[in-house]
Design a protein around this ligand. Structure first.
Ligand SMILES: *Cc1c(COP(=O)(O)O)cnc(C)c1O
Length: 387
């Protein structure tokens, strides 16, 4: 089977041994083996989150983990501040509102990181704010929000800080304990380079203290992190989670995290960064410009502005039909205006990126959008507007 080249910002193409682990016979999720697999995997995750807190693996996509964080940390009626500068920040705010919270949005334009000074103003104007929530990498635009500064503000105002790191954990620097993050959520299918299906959630000691003090009658059962803690404590010896664990997915994640830790977090992050730089250096000569400039641009994905006359949907279809390459269009406000390319997993390789650049060039030629004269080869040095 000709494999599809997934160059979208998740899910990503995973290594054969990761896929192989997924295809082994179904295993019992409890008992000595099931428990060891789960505990080893949560230990690996602690290293990636850089936390000494507790880690749980929810069987859900990333959004389930985000909802668990919101539902467990806050009670209906409480006021929270949420950073909104893209589609996933807005989704975080919707989850909070649908859970009955009052939300103050700290808004920044799509494509720009939030200004911590603006968050400070919001936190000082609304003294009753019970928490700060933000997305780490806003996958809709490729912006990296200033998590470390936001964590410091949450400490200063003594409110818990919850982070959606679904698209960044393992691909961008993130130090949960050091940066004062209280609940941090990710998913298996992005920078952790495993198939979709799992949402790892990490919880700090301060978060438990806050949850233990709070009367939160409508938190429910499945997304209730206290239930997950209760099973880890009471059934820890043979069944450290409240449900039937998705052992096939956990096995795959275990293999993938083993590879990540063997490579080293820093090296992995550097490799994504190089891939992003390589791709961006090739875009300039084709005439493209970036949606996010400078240090605010994440290296886990690149968002590219369309050229005048370029139809993004046609480009996506062309790459798909001709090259078996999948890239993503824009979401929400940027739909039709940008396309997005992930640098996670196999998409990170110079071969994949070169092939995509070649394919983009061909699309420009056949659509009569190519620069004339013919583009010069990619220059090795930094270019204007290409950080
Ligand atoms: C992908 C993504 C999500 C949604 O994750 P699902 O696994 O699709 O539920 C949430 N937040 C961010 C920042 C993402 O990139």
């Amino acid at each position: 089977m000709q494999s599809e080249k997934l160059m979208i910002p998740g899910p990503v193409e995973v290594d054969d041994d990761v896929l192989g682990a997924m295809g082994a016979p179904v295993a019992v999720h409890y008992g000595p083996k099931g428990t060891a697999l789960y505990n080893e995997t949560t230990s690996q995750l602690k290293q990636v989150f850089r936390t000494e807190g507790d880690v749980f693996i929810l069987v859900s996509s990333g959004s389930g983990g985000v909802e668990a964080a919101v539902a467990s940390l806050f009670a209906p009626g409480e006021l929270v501040a949420i950073v909104v500068n893209g589609f996933f920040g807005e989704r975080l705010a919707s989850i909070a509102e649908l859970r009955g919270l009052q939300v103050v949005r700290v808004v920044a334009p799509w494509g720009e990181p939030v200004d911590p000074a603006q968050v400070r103003t919001t936190l000082s104007q609304h003294r009753q704010i019970a928490g700060l929530l933000a997305v780490s990498v806003e996958t809709s635009t490729g912006v990296l929000n200033p998590l470390q500064s936001l964590g410091a503000l949450a400490q200063e105002f003594n409110v818990p800080f919850a982070v959606d790191a679904v698209s960044s954990l393992g691909g961008e620097e993130l130090a949960m304990d050091e940066w004062g993050i209280d609940v941090c959520v990710t998913a298996s299918q992005k920078c952790l380079e495993a198939p979709p299906g799992l949402a790892p959630v990490a919880v700090s000691r301060r978060a438990w203290e806050i949850m233990d003090r709070k009367d939160n009658p409508y938190v429910g059962w499945y997304l209730n992190l206290k239930i997950w803690r209760q099973y880890a404590q009471e059934w820890g010896a043979w069944h450290p989670f409240p449900i039937t664990m998705a052992t096939s997915n956990v096995r795959a994640l275990h293999v993938s995290l083993g590879k990540l830790l063997a490579e080293g977090l820093e090296r992995r992050i550097a490799r994504y960064h190089q891939a992003a730089q390589f791709f961006r250096a090739g875009l300039g000569p084709l005439g493209f410009s970036l949606f996010v400039e400078g240090a605010a641009a994440t290296s886990v994905l690149t968002a590219v502005r369309r050229l005048p006359g370029l139809n993004v949907a046609e480009l996506v279809t062309f790459l798909n039909d001709r090259y078996n390459i999948h890239i993503a269009g824009g979401l929400g406000a940027t739909r039709g205006e940008i396309f997005r390319v992930g640098h996670m997993g196999q998409a990170c390789s110079p071969e994949s990126i070169s092939l995509l650049l070649e394919a983009l060039n061909e699309f420009l030629q056949v659509s009569d959008l190519a620069r004339s004269p013919a583009p010069a080869p990619a220059s090795p040095g930094p270019r204007d507007g290409l950080q």
